[in-house]
Design a protein around this ligand. Structure first.
Ligand SMILES: Nc1ncnc2c1ncn2[C@@H]1O[C@H](COP(=O)(O)OP(=O)(O)OP(=O)(O)O)[C@@H](O)[C@H]1O
Ligand SMILES: [Mg+2]
Length: 388
């Protein structure tokens, strides 16, 4: 069954007659995202002739890498050079003349054939394992993203029982390498000259080993190199990594860059980090409103309140009320956290029974489905709940 994006109801009847099948009408791009999220097998979207070309192109750009099996056909009254070039650039499969029912039928057949070939290819690739991708995001710098991403990656590696790759996509100011005391020999900058040909071997050459079970892809050492890393490189890299590892953890930049948006599209779980200060909560609120508006499903959201016991006038309940979302995990504040960093150790490796580490174990348990070994006083990982 196809879906049709159109504001004009009568157009749907026209498509149904031309294709001799029932189609679902959706009135705006947001409804298209919601529909596609619910139905991962839908492989055809027809965009009606009144929908602006830019809207069709934006939808196509969003899905062309993460869902190449989705064919998008766009109806146009006039097929001119600007629309053709926008279609080509955004990955729209075909433009079809509005009043040519036969051309539409042929385009639908070609698209179905291509989607079937891509699905067959995907089925072969799915036999290779596909790991979970976890995005660690905070809308404000310094809220603890890297601390959480590094310790969470170690927790998920489970002393080498699982294979985890931590990717530093905070391209300008990445600090994963320094947090793990790694001296970068290869960074993501090396991917630039491999763009378009990022195969598994090339991806392997970008990896720095930290310890058994945990590999790292290090961010460029110079901020000026960040701009050369395109969203396509990021998507290719993540696609390979999730076939190579049980878990891929992304330490993202604290802003909605093109790469961050691709990460949101590809990740299975979002760890949304905030602290108990108004700018951090305000920024996260703006970020989650954006995620809502873009249709990123709430089922993937997991809000983490770092330094949840800091006595700064805001309570956990205040944060929940401001965000309108329940906090999933609480991480305590402790001087030991920066002290561990400054002495070149992670909390996970140096302080296993510390409450901070216990909460990281709780966070990891939410991802693996395995209960943490450490006994927690609350379902959210730490005892700060009593301070509500
Ligand atoms: N729970 C905590 N208790 C005490 N200190 C913490 C805690 N979490 C993080 N910190 C400290 O806060 C500082 C910032 O943390 P971190 O570097 O992880 O944040 P970030 O969000 O990655 O920052 P940036 O946006 O600069 O990359 C570090 O010095 C870290 O040790
Ligand atoms: Mg950081």
């Amino acid at each position: 069954m196809a879906i049709v994006l159109t504001t004009k109801e009568t157009e749907v009847e026209q498509f149904q007659a031309a294709l001799s099948e029932k189609v679902t009408r959706l009135a705006d791009a947001q409804s298209v995202h919601e529909f596609l999220e619910k139905d991962p097998r839908e492989s055809l979207l027809i965009v009606g002739h009144l929908v602006p070309m830019g809207v069709a192109a934006d939808i196509s750009r969003r899905y062309r890498l993460i869902r190449p099996g989705l064919g998008i056909l766009v109806m146009r009254d006039l097929i001119d050079v600007p629309s053709l070039s926008e279609a080509l650039n955004s990955g729209i499969r075909e433009l079809v003349s509005t009043d040519d029912a036969n051309a539409l039928l042929q385009a639908v057949k070609r698209s179905a054939q291509l989607s079937a070939e891509i699905a067959a290819l995907d089925a072969t690739q799915e036999n290779v394992s596909s790991g979970k991708t976890v995005l660690v995001f905070g809308a404000k710098g310094g809220c603890g993203k890297t601390t959480i991403a590094t310790n969470l990656a170690l927790a998920l590696a489970d002393d080498g029982k699982k294979r985890v790759c931590l990717v530093d996509f905070d391209l300008e100011f990445g600090d994963v390498a320094i947090s793990l005391s790694l001296s970068p020999e290869v960074t993501l900058s090396a991917a630039v000259k491999m763009a378009g040909g990022l195969d598994r071997k090339a991806v392997e050459s970008l990896i720095t080993k930290y310890k058994k079970g945990l590999d790292v892809v290090i961010a460029p050492t110079k901020p000026s190199e960040a701009e050369f890393i395109s969203p396509e490189i990021a998507v290719d890299l993540l696609q390979h990594l999730r076939q190579m590892y049980d878990y891929v953890i992304i330490d993202a930049a604290p802003s909605f860059t093109e790469i961050t948006l691709r990460c949101f599209e590809m990740a299975d779980i979002y760890q949304l980090i905030t602290t108990l200060d108004v700018p951090s909560v305000k920024n996260l609120k703006v970020a989650i409103d954006t995620l809502d508006a873009l249709g990123y499903p709430r089922s993937k959201w997991h809000v983490v309140l770092n330094r949840s016991d800091a006595n700064v006038g805001l309570s956990i309940k205040d944060v929940e009320d401001l965000l309108g979302v329940e906090i999933g995990t609480l991480l305590p504040s402790s001087r030991e956290v920066p002290a561990a960093l400054n002495s070149g150790h992670t909390m996970w490796e140096s302080q296993r029974s510390h409450p901070f580490t216990a909460s990281i174990e709780h966070l990891a348990g939410n991802i693996t489905g395995k209960k943490a070994a450490v006994k927690h006083t609350t379902k959210r990982g730490w005892l700060a709940e009593s301070k509500k």
